[in-house]
Design a protein around this ligand. Structure first.
Ligand code: AR6
Length: 184
């Protein structure tokens, strides 16, 4: 576990499975259908059970075109230990000049805003977009961390933010980027 301090917020970066997290909320790297998929999304729905999909289906009634990239919605967490799930949609990597960095930033910022508005104090993120959506982790890591820092400096409301990474190589990328950005 690697720890950094951004203002009053603790940032903890670690290796793990996000479905085991006991934070107030975990973030799902979903797709705009909100109907599940593979990767983190598949793992969350499989372990959390059908109540999560049932609430996603209700949400889709208000979003007939699906959840736009960069935005976030919240559901129950079914059988998981976390209290809530925030579902967000990262950008599909398409070379980097199609707004991908801004959209990736939005996923982190809007998820944190959703947590703040619901008085949730601890949150766990996976590495959004760097699996099936193909975003290079070397580029995603500093973008994710910048979005988190922007949120902490403008909103200052979350106690602890976890980045829960599935691969050693991803852990190294995020930790190196955090050392460059936060210097502690
Ligand atoms: N805990 C933490 N990280 C995980 C876990 C886990 N249980 N499982 C996978 N990862 P991805 P994306 C890592 O593909 O790129 C789905 O089908 C994974 O190794 O889950 O945003 C959705 O339905 C990778 O490093 O998300 C969408 O269609 C990272 O999480 C699409 O994939 C993200 O990989 C979203 O693609």
């Amino acid at each position: 576990m690697y720890e950094f301090k951004i203002k009053n917020t603790r940032l903890k970066i670690k290796l793990g499975d996000i479905t085991d997290e006991e934070t107030d909320v975990i973030v799902n790297a979903a797709n705009s259908s909100l109907m599940g998929g593979r990767g983190v999304d598949g793992a969350i729905h499989k372990k959390g059970g059908p109540s999560i999909l049932a609430e996603c289906i209700e949400i889709r009634k208000t979003l007939p075109m699906g959840l736009p990239t960069g935005e976030a919605v919240m559901t129950n967490s079914g059988l998981l230990k976390a209290k809530r799930i925030i579902h967000t949609v990262g950008p599909v990597w398409n070379g980097g000049s199609h707004g991908e960095p801004e959209l990736l930033k939005n996923t982190y910022f809007n998820s944190l805003l959703m947590a703040k508005r619901n008085s949730l104090k601890t949150i766990s993120f996976p590495s959004i977009s760097t699996g099936a959506f193909g975003y290079p982790v070397k580029l995603a890591a500093p973008t994710a961390l910048n979005a988190i820092a922007d949120f902490v400096y403008s909103e200052d409301s979350i106690d602890t933010i976890f980045l829960v990474l599935f691969h050693e190589s991803d852990l190294s990328e995020y930790v190196n980027a955090a050392k460059n950005l936060f210097k502690n």
